[in-house]
Structures are given as C-alpha cells and as structure tokens.
Design a protein. Structure first.
Length: 108
C-alpha cells in the first residue's frame, strides 16, 4: 500500500479501515503529497485510498474504485475558503448552499 497526502486520514486510520474489512495492508511507501502517492500507484508501487477529488490524475495507469463503506476512518474534514467582501452571485449562492448543508448535517 502507498500511503500519504491526507494527514487527517493517515496510515493508522487507513489500516483500521482495511482491518475492519478483513485484511491488514503492508505499507510499502509513505509520502507527503497526494499527487506523489497517485504517481507511485501509477508506476506500480502498490494501491492506495485517495480522495475522490483526485481521480482525474493518471487515468491511463490508475483504476479508481469507489469504496462503498469506508467508515469513519476514511473520512477527512473539508475546508471552504472564500475571499472577504463582495462575491459574485454564483459564489454567494454556492456559499449559502454550503452553509445550509453543514447546518443540516449537524442536526442529523
């Protein structure tokens, strides 16, 4: 297994998710950057759990598969950043939707 790039969902959490599903991975390489992680997978160094947002890289060399039940071990926080001051109507609308989504998740 190639591990790295997602500090909030580090090797111990990935290992726990694997063990919960019946196997223990052997971590061959640990890296700091997610793109390096995917490049190593593309070069044949192993497999890795990566965020869905990274599935546009090395499409000819890497097969991306959705993990149906990664459980809490494979979840990581996201941060939304925007500039202060006047926003475009589209950005304002997106920000409002994001805030509503966060509030509804907190209630459930």
């Amino acid at each position: 297994m190639v591990s790295g790039g997602l500090r909030q969902c580090g090797p111990n959490r990935k290992t726990a998710a694997c063990q919960r599903n019946g196997y223990t991975p052997r971590i061959a390489i640990e890296v700091d950057r997610m793109l390096t992680n995917i490049s190593l997978v593309a070069a044949g160094a192993g497999v890795s759990a990566v965020p869905a947002s990274m599935q546009g890289f090395h499409l000819d060399e890497v097969a991306y598969c959705r993990i149906r039940d990664g459980g809490p071990e494979l979840r990581a926080p996201l941060t939304l950043a925007c500039r202060e001051g006047a926003l475009s109507p589209a950005a304002s609308h997106f920000l409002a939707l994001a805030r509503r989504s966060v509030k509804s998740r907190k209630r459930s």
